[in-house]
Write a protein that binds this ligand. Structure first.
Ligand SMILES: Nc1ncnc2c1ncn2[C@@H]1O[C@H](COP(=O)(O)OP(=O)(O)OP(=O)(O)O)[C@@H](O)[C@H]1O
Length: 248
């Protein structure tokens, strides 16, 4: 089977004024893959996701998503991607269902009320559909943020710390959902600081360091590259050292 790159980033830079957040970064994510983007605070993860989500424009370099050029073909790209931003993009004073209805209005394919309820049920929010968002827990709000990105059935999911600050049970449910979405053929690029989550979910990882790609590949390949330095380390330790730039 020919492996297709759904996300292709080539030599991409992004500056905010004089501050260079991404510096000639290249990486690719294959179709159906869960790719974990890791790195210290400020290393450029959210900036890269915003570029891919067409929220920001690169200062230089090229990006294609499913073969579409991010500079010239924004419309088809927006239909193909679902973006879960780090900041919650929901309206506290409206109900859960009203939020879903509001966001689904932007999709090219309209969803009925019962289809929206089905989506809410899939993520465990069915019984809260008529409650105001401000009455939900932090974890439930995160789930709503995720389900909103899924309403138009995107092929590619860009998730910026989707499980940050939520309880163990909700995190587990969201991770199961991410795994299921990948099994259904979706390509997922997401950021996290959670080592356990990375080991459970990711096919490949990319480590950013000061806006550059320090490593991209499987954990096994990182082990091989580190050689004897990694031979007695657990997977958690390999990952920890890799992200800290202490493995190689
Ligand atoms: N709107 C902005 N204006 C100016 N600088 C910015 C802006 N957004 C991000 N930056 C800077 O760009 C760099 C990368 O930030 P980014 O948010 O992409 O990092 P991150 O890896 O996602 O961090 P975190 O793990 O804390 O979410 C940082 O130095 C940050 O201060």
């Amino acid at each position: 089977m020919v492996e297709v790159n759904q996300i292709e980033v080539r030599n991409v830079s992004k500056s905010y004024g004089k501050n260079k957040s991404l510096d000639r970064l290249s990486l690719s994510v294959k179709e159906g893959q869960i790719y974990g983007l890791l790195g210290a605070n400020g290393s450029g993860k959210s900036t890269l996701l915003k570029l891919l989500a067409t929220v920001l424009e690169p200062s230089g370099g090229d990006i294609t998503i499913a073969g579409f050029d991010i500079k010239k073909q924004t419309k088809p790209i927006r239909e193909l991607i679902g973006y879960v931003p780090q900041e919650l993009s929901i309206w506290e004073e409206a109900t859960v269902l009203e939020n879903a209805q509001y966001w689904s209005a932007f999709a090219s394919k309209k969803l009925t009320k019962s289809a929206l309820i089905n989506h809410l049920e899939m993520i465990g929010l069915g019984d809260r559909a008529h409650d105001k968002v401000k009455t939900l827990s932090g974890g439930m709000k995160r789930k709503l943020n995720i389900v909103i990105a899924l309403l138009h059935d995107p092929e590619i999911l860009l998730m910026d710390e989707p499980t940050v600050g939520i309880d163990f049970q909700s995190k587990f449910e969201i991770n199961q959902l991410i795994k299921q979405l990948a099994q259904d053929g979706k390509t997922i690029l997401y950021t996290t600081h959670d080592v356990v989550e990375v080991l459970f979910l990711c096919d490949e990882i990319g480590v950013l360091k000061e806006g550059q790609l320090h490593y991209s590949g499987t954990l096994q390949k990182a082990r091989e590259k580190a050689g004897s330095a990694a031979s007695t380390l657990t997977d958690e330790e390999v990952l920890y050292r890799l992200v800290n730039g202490e493995l190689f």
